[in-house]
Write a protein that binds this ligand. Structure first.
Ligand code: MN
Length: 250
């Protein structure tokens, strides 16, 4: 039984922008050589096809179709083209809301796009969303709601304690990355999350690790930090995270 488990246990990068690395081939090699199951998010429907093609090269890649909230103003018109793409993958992201902008018009447009995507995904029943919620956690949680038929992963969550508690009550998962485990507030939020809802991510290449853009195998560093907090070995933590990904994608 033990060897059986060792075979299926793998590293998990639940949120990586593979298509935005300059050295895509090196990143694919990193994924393959280290056995990192990687959700390759995209920021606009027009770039999804490329990642879908890359995913044919390794079963470790899960391509996701998305429309990033910060691109809604410039790429919002691509929304219609996303609908047929939803037939091609179970993973959807990067989507969500970003309230760094104070422009109410922009925020409203983001909510319109995000709400439509969530509604379309709900019709499938088995979609897995990877969601951005910077300064917008409360609205993000409300839009997805507590009856979403599928799974939602809040990536790099930075909301309040009350908001994380609400997301937990709604059944959401959380993908935790290098920046989050490095910060005190990030670790405090992580401590509130049930272990069976935690996944690892890098958000590479936007996040740095070892003074270069984080690559999927850098989830090993995140696992080490989580292990400290959970008071167990890295192998045990890796098995938990890998099992969480399995239960989510079952
Ligand atoms: Mn991202």
């Amino acid at each position: 039984m033990e060897t059986e488990q060792a075979k299926t246990t793998s590293w998990i990068d639940a949120h990586c922008h593979l298509d935005l690395f300059k050295n895509e081939a090196d990143i694919l090699a990193d994924i393959e050589n280290n056995g990192v199951r990687t959700v390759a998010v995209t920021n606009a429907p027009s770039v999804f096809h490329h990642t879908l093609e890359l995913a044919k090269r390794t079963p470790l890649l899960c391509p996701a179709v998305g429309l990033h909230p910060e691109l809604v103003a410039s790429r919002g018109r691509e929304l219609q083209s996303m609908w047929p793409m939803l037939e091609q993958t179970r993973f959807v992201g990067e989507i969500g809301l970003d309230y760094v902008t104070n422009d109410e018009e922009n925020r409203r447009a983001q909510r319109g796009v995000f709400t439509q995507i969530v509604e379309r995904c709900a019709q499938f029943g088995d979609k897995i969303l990877t969601v951005h919620s910077r300064r917008s956690a409360s609205d993000v949680i409300s839009v997805i709601g507590d009856r979403f038929p599928g799974k939602a992963i809040l990536h790099w969550f930075s909301g309040s304690r009350a908001e994380v508690d609400r997301a937990i009550a709604f059944g959401f998962f959380f993908s935790v990355g290098p920046a989050m485990v490095r910060s005190k507030t990030g670790r405090a939020l992580l401590a509130r999350m049930p272990r069976e809802r935690v996944l690892t991510e890098t958000d590479g290449p936007f996040v740095e690790s070892n003074y270069r853009p984080a690559r999927p195998s850098d989830v090993m560093l995140v696992i080490a930090e989580i292990s400290q907090l959970w008071g167990q070995t890295d192998d045990e933590t890796r098995a938990v995270i890998s099992g969480n990904f399995d239960s989510m994608t079952r």
